[in-house]
Design a protein around this ligand. Structure first.
Ligand SMILES: Cc1cc2ncn([C@H]3O[C@H](COP(=O)(O)O)[C@@H](O)[C@H]3O)c2cc1C
Ligand SMILES: O=C(O)c1cccnc1
Length: 341
């Protein structure tokens, strides 16, 4: 509908989505062949074996690469906080960006634990997006440009983890999910950083009003993103798309990062096959969202933080899966007797 023939920026995004590559079957075949030779009973490494296979399929490469794993954290601010939907003040977004830069946040410690790179992208924090209960969060040009900016996160990495920082963004995630998948507003909201029961009611009400205001435009997932989204969500959607085009597997973080990726799923149901869900967030709607997307989380640790922290924890598991596959000896090389035929 909008701009179909005019060549405005969303058309560029649509064209990229049309061109995404599929899995590489030769790399998968090579992975399976080696897996069968490793010094262990077949299947004994459980899901770690499918993770190695998934890496090969989407990197189009065997053995899989896992040296350069990067956590990209995108930060943005949201006008919807005026509706009383967040437990913390908006200035915490910029203060936490400084904390990331000073090595003081949770995600910094996880990155150090697993030898992951960390890149922080600050997105016009001084200029919050418009309140989605009153207006569209972003203009089309700004939304598309922010997606393009997010695409830069893929530079120099073998595997990408996507995360975010933005006070109020669990409300934005809920609005996107309600806009994309319907149901009731309260199905998609949760406590976030810990709003009380009155705050939770305000959150559901804000999501309901925002979706009602924009409902004539919500058939188009990119319109859902620009009207109900925010800068860090647009950038995450761009990063996930760029990763697919550049054959970089993605580890998604919690509810907010997954809601951003869901926009691509709504455009094309196979668009997230290069992604794993790093963890199941304690934010209740994350389970519902992962079910819609057909994604099974790698970890379930009761985390509800954001910052890419759950994706970074899962990156430790993904790196181990790649090392197991590449580094283990085969029955022949180690002189270990295989099962009798
Ligand atoms: C100190 C602090 C550190 C955080 N790190 C991530 N978030 C997380 O909480 C925010 C979303 O929750 P809500 O929608 O309830 O505001 C996001 O910034 C998210 O990344 C944090 C929140 C706080 C307060
Ligand atoms: O799951 C998430 O992404 C999440 C949960 C709570 C707060 N911020 C993010």
């Amino acid at each position: 509908m909008t701009n179909a023939a005019t060549g405005l920026p969303f058309d560029d995004i649509r064209n990229l989505v049309k061109d995404i590559p599929g899995p590489d079957h030769d790399a998968v075949a090579a992975c399976r062949a080696r897996e069968g030779q490793l010094t262990k009973p077949p299947g004994a490494l459980g899901r770690l074996e499918s993770i190695s296979e998934w890496l090969c399929a989407w990197q189009a490469q065997h053995p899989p690469k896992s040296e350069r794993v990067v956590v990209a954290v995108f930060a943005g601010n949201h006008g919807v906080v005026a509706q009383g939907v967040a437990a913390y003040p908006q200035e915490v977004t910029a203060q936490m960006v400084a904390n990331f830069q000073n090595d003081g946040a949770a995600v910094n410690q996880i990155c150090k634990s697993f030898d992951l790179g960390l890149k922080v992208f600050e997105l016009a924090l001084e200029k919050p997006t418009r309140d989605i209960t009153q207006d569209a969060a972003l203009d089309e040009a700004e939304c598309a440009a922010t997606m393009a900016y997010g695409m830069e996160a893929t530079e120099g990495c073998d595997i990408l983890c996507v995360g975010e920082m933005g006070i109020g963004n669990t409300t934005i995630a809920a609005a996107i999910c309600h806009g994309l998948f319907g149901g009731e507003a309260q199905d998609w909201v949760g406590p976030g950083t810990g709003v009380d029961s009155e705050g939770l009611k305000r959150k559901a009400d804000a999501v309901r009003r925002a979706v009602a205001l924009h409902k004539a435009h919500l058939d188009d997932p990119l319109e859902v993103l620009r009207r109900l989204g925010g800068r860090e969500l647009a950038a995450m959607a761009g990063a996930v798309l760029a990763a697919r085009l550049q054959r970089i597997p993605v580890i998604l973080d919690g509810y907010v990062a997954t809601a951003a990726a869901a926009v691509l799923f709504a455009m094309r149901p196979d668009a997230l096959e290069h992604c794993v869900a790093g963890h199941l967030s304690a934010e209740p709607a994350h389970r519902r969202l992962l079910e819609k997307l057909g994604l099974k989380p790698v970890l379930e640790l009761g985390m509800r933080l954001g910052e890419g922290s759950g994706a970074a924890m899962a990156a430790g598991i993904v790196k181990a899966a790649a090392k197991l596959h590449s580094g283990m000896a085969t029955f022949a090389s180690a002189g270990v007797s295989n099962k009798e035929a």
